[in-house]
Design a protein around this ligand. Structure first.
Ligand code: SAM
Length: 264
């Protein structure tokens, strides 16, 4: 049996009671923190919370060696993942592989940035378009598709949830400031006017913690700010309902003049 169990968004207390009970029944417990991580926790705190020792697996051990699958051929195995399982394709591939190899599987859900971020940004979840991820760039790698995809969402009147790259093996978590800088650089490169320093954006940091940060303003202002420890993500809103606009002003600190021009 292979269980894939969501740990939720922030610390070891976000796991569900169902998840805890499933772990009790397992012979071995693994975790991966390369698709997301619990910034408010540590391996030892997770181990204390669940009362089991946990072996953390890297990308190669899951995607190439397929350790959880190999072990689940003989044993009951749990794989713990930050957020909700199956948001990252890695977990879906594991389920497909397990199914092909006759291993019984069960997914235990938890909170996810995919639903937390739209809510924290005060934006209506059904008005979101395609989810975008901004990757780390370099001198010879600068894809512009994340930028153009946000543009497509904006054109369709859809808000964009923008996730930020993680290189867990290097302890590198893209900050909202780096994400915003990417958007300004792509805008300069493409010069198509889709996004500029005047564009409204929302920064969300540490969703699931006691005091998540939610801050909305034009990109030119946000890019100068420091949003503290990761994880961060961004939202680029399209046209706003007046309640969405009120929320961004009252809760997310946006200047009224910046959101007013976005009201439909
Ligand atoms: C692949 S997604 C996470 C998927 C995860 N399974 C889930 O359901 O939440 C990883 C990205 O989501 C964002 N993210 C995840 N957790 C977050 C949090 N607690 N606060 C802010 N952003 C977060 C970050 O941009 C991070 O790089």
């Amino acid at each position: 049996m292979l269980y894939i169990i969501g740990l939720g968004l922030y610390d070891e207390n976000d796991i569900s009671i169902k998840g805890l009970r499933a772990i009790e029944d397992c012979d071995e417990v693994y975790a991966e923190f390369y698709t997301a991580m619990l910034q408010g926790s540590s391996l030892s705190a997770i181990e204390r919370r669940i009362g089991r020792s946990v072996k953390v697996l890297g990308r190669g051990e899951i995607e190439e060696e397929r350790i959880p699958i190999e072990r689940a051929l003989e044993l009951d195995v749990a794989l713990l993942v930050a957020g909700d399982p199956l948001v990252a394709t890695t977990h879906t591939e594991l389920l497909i592989d397990a199914h092909r190899r006759g291993i019984e599987t069960r997914v235990i859900h938890s909170s996810s940035i995919i639903s937390a971020a739209p809510g924290l940004a005060g934006l209506q979840a059904y008005k979101f378009g395609r989810i975008i991820t901004i990757p780390f760039t370099s001198d010879n790698y600068f894809p512009t598709s994340p930028y153009t995809n946000i543009g497509e969402n904006l054109k369709a009147g859809s808000h964009s949830l923008v996730l930020l790259d993680i290189e867990a093996h290097r302890n590198r978590y893209m900050t909202a400031t780096e994400g915003l800088r990417y958007l300004l650089k792509a805008s300069e490169k493409l010069d198509d006017g889709t996004i500029s320093g005047e564009t409204l954006a929302v920064v969300i940091a540490r969703a699931g913690s006691e005091k998540p940060l939610v801050r909305a303003d034009k990109i030119a202002t946000l890019v100068e700010e420091d949003f503290g420890d990761p994880l961060h993500c961004l939202v680029v809103p399209a046209g706003l309902h007046f309640i969405e606009a009120d929320y961004l002003v009252e809760i997310a600190g946006a200047p009224r003049a910046v959101v007013e021009r976005m009201i439909l």
